[in-house]
Design a protein around this ligand. Structure first.
Ligand code: O2Y
Ligand code: MN
Length: 597
């Protein structure tokens, strides 16, 4: 061990876990570059990683074909009562789940090293930061955690002898018998995979998957599922939101926190390059926001993460030049194509496809091959500090004051380009009824409409009806200092399937209107579903877009919204009596406004 650990609870937990999992060795991570380089060298030598000749200090991994994404069907919130997990979560009673998983963990690290990763979610000197310790038998996870969190000896210092931490136990679930050769991506079969959360104990147990959100436990498991429970208990917010700073030509700063379900261009928006002259944007976070009311009564946000774990396919110099520049060096790629000259490639990268490469399954691949070369959920892991537009305040311990909340989803129809909520309760209603058409980032049918309240359906660690109430309570506490709430849909299409809105940097035109609303200088039209700009209220200068498209983007289709009501009612009915009365009232009010004709 490169440092002394004075925290006896941690020492004890590591000891007990080693006794249960029976690893060949225990290694306490120090978080240094040398440690990262060593582990990468070992993984290259073992054949599980490929060093990329074309990108300094970059590596490619290929997962097992069965282990390619978060598995919501195997993700559990294990509270004493089923109703405390609520209708949006899978539930197994803690004793039963622990019994099942303990059997799986017994001897599960045989032949492997057990790594202990102390990590901080949030800058270590932030009063909002929280400490976790991940135990894992995956060196791939260790390297990713180096990038995604602040990890190592400095966290042990911050923890001290009595500090609290969230224990996060992870195993790929593939013990090695003596002499048994390892595989490139060890994992367990689907029916043995468990991503389990025990909120009463602030405890995370993950077994059987080495991929992304299933294995990098600081991210979805801690910073969202467990953090939502902590946040409610302690009076703050843990949200699935990017954080963005917009700067007007006059130099005024606006901070936006925006929630979108997976695969709605969230990383692109986090790193937006505004097309409106004089407007600038800086990225503070791309996925998760922790927010607390500050001494001045405003809501302050930090990004608890230190890196980006972004979807590679579709990321290009056209869609997200800042992400492309972020991943030029010191990045990890998973399930991308390996080109013959030692680079990575993916569908939608903007670069010509290589004439030959190796696909994510390790097979020869050419542009004529029947399957995509990269998995649709292929990922890059890269340090946030490498993003050219990372804000100078992205690690500010106190966070940044949020002016605007944005919710959104991917809908070909119905939802207009932008809507402003009438007030906080209406904004909570917009968040609670957010919906999106599914894509490959989560396992399940592609293209189905799914209600994804606050983009938190897979990530809320308690009954979502109570989470809605927590939002209402936070609004009550924030009062007149509460951020304004908007809903956007960049993904409207014509009946012929053409995009109505160009998206990407042009989304800054919509953000500008939001800022002007905050400043009280932009008009809005009252409609049954909320406040909308007219075409004249949006800055469309220099944008080549047909007036008919704009009209369509801002049209409120009363009949379509009336047809939407039964689905909203059905969605809310899932929460039974626990649904806050104030949201029931919102449904009635919307129905009344739509009915007025
Ligand atoms: O498939 C995974 O394990 C990654 S999921 C993910 C990764 C980064 C940011 N967001 C998400 C998500 O599913 O929301
Ligand atoms: Mn996400």
């Amino acid at each position: 061990m490169a440092y002394e650990v004075k925290n006896q609870r941690l020492v004890q937990w590591v000891h007990e876990t080693a006794a249960l999992c029976q690893p060949e060795a225990v290694y306490w991570c120090e978080g240094s570059q040398a440690e990262y380089d060593n582990l990468m060298a070992q993984m290259v030598a073992a054949g599980s990683a490929v060093q990329l000749k074309q990108r300094p200090n970059c590596f490619l991994f290929r997962s097992d074909p069965s282990d390619v994404a978060r598995v919501e069907a195997r993700t559990y919130i294990s509270t004493p009562g089923k109703d405390d997990a609520g209708p949006t979560n899978n539930w197994i009673a803690p004793d039963e789940l622990k019994g099942t998983m303990r059997k799986l963990y017994r001897g599960c690290m045989a032949g492997r090293t057990m790594y202990v990763i102390p990590f901080s979610m949030g800058p270590i000197d932030s009063p909002m930061a929280k400490i976790g310790v991940e135990i894992t038998d995956s060196p791939y996870v260790v390297c990713n955690m180096h990038i995604m969190t602040r990890a190592g000896a400095k966290v042990i210092d911050a923890l001290g002898p009595d500090g609290d931490f969230v224990p996060c136990l992870h195993s790929v679930g593939a013990p090695l018998a003596p002499g048994q050769p390892d595989v490139a991506w060890p994992c367990a079969p689907m029916e043995q995979k468990y991503i389990s959360h025990f909120p009463e104990e602030n405890l995370i147990w993950s077994f059987g998957s080495g991929y992304g959100g299933n294995a990098l436990l600081g991210k979805k498991c801690f910073a969202l599922r467990i953090a939502t429970v902590l946040a409610r208990r302690e009076g703050w917010m843990a949200e699935h939101m990017l954080i963005l700073r917009l700067i007007s030509p006059a130099g005024k700063q606006y901070h936006i926190a925006a929630a979108f379900p997976s695969a709605c261009g969230k990383t692109n928006l986090a790193m937006i390059q505004p097309t409106i002259p004089g407007w600038q944007a800086e990225c503070i976070g791309d996925d998760i926001a922790w927010m607390k009311i500050g001494p001045d009564g405003r809501l302050y946000a930090i990004n608890p993460e230190a890196g980006f774990f972004g979807v590679a396919p579709g990321t290009s110099y056209q869609s997200n030049p800042m992400a492309m520049d972020t991943i030029r060096e010191n990045a990890i790629f998973t399930n991308c194509v390996l080109t013959d000259d030692g680079d990575v490639w993916w569908e939608g990268m903007g670069a010509p496809a290589p004439t030959h490469g190796i696909d994510w399954k390790g097979r020869d691949w050419t542009p004529g091959s029947p399957e995509p070369g990269a998995h649709p959920n292929a990922r890059f892991t890269a340090p946030a500090a490498q993003c050219p537009v990372i804000s100078s305040d992205w690690e500010k311990p106190a966070g940044v004051p949020i002016d605007i909340f944005v919710f959104g989803g991917r809908r070909a129809g119905v939802a207009p380009l932008v809507t402003e909520a009438f007030d906080w309760d209406h904004g909570v209603f917009l968040g609670a009824t957010a919906s999106s058409e599914t894509t490959a980032a989560n396992i399940g049918a592609v293209g189905n409409l799914r209600r994804d309240p606050f983009a938190m359906q897979p990530f809320c660690g308690y009954n979502m009806a109570d989470y809605f109430q927590h939002w209402l309570d936070m609004g009550d506490r924030l009062g007149s200092q509460a951020p304004r709430i908007f809903y956007v849909n960049w993904f409207r299409k014509t009946p012929a399937g053409q995009w109505l809105w160009p998206g990407y940097g042009e989304n800054s035109r919509v953000l500008k209107w939001m800022c002007e609303r905050v400043d009280g200088v932009a008009p809005a039209q009252e409609t049954p579903i909320g406040l909308l700009p007219s075409a004249a209220d949006l800055d469309l200068d220099g944008l080549d877009i047909a007036p008919d498209n704009i009209r369509e983007l801002l049209r409120v289709d009363r009949a379509a919204w009336q047809a939407e009501m039964p689905d909203i009612e059905k969605h809310f009915a899932r929460f039974g009596d626990r649904l806050p009365e104030r949201l029931r009232l919102q449904v009635q009010r919307l129905a009344a406004r739509l009915g007025r004709g």
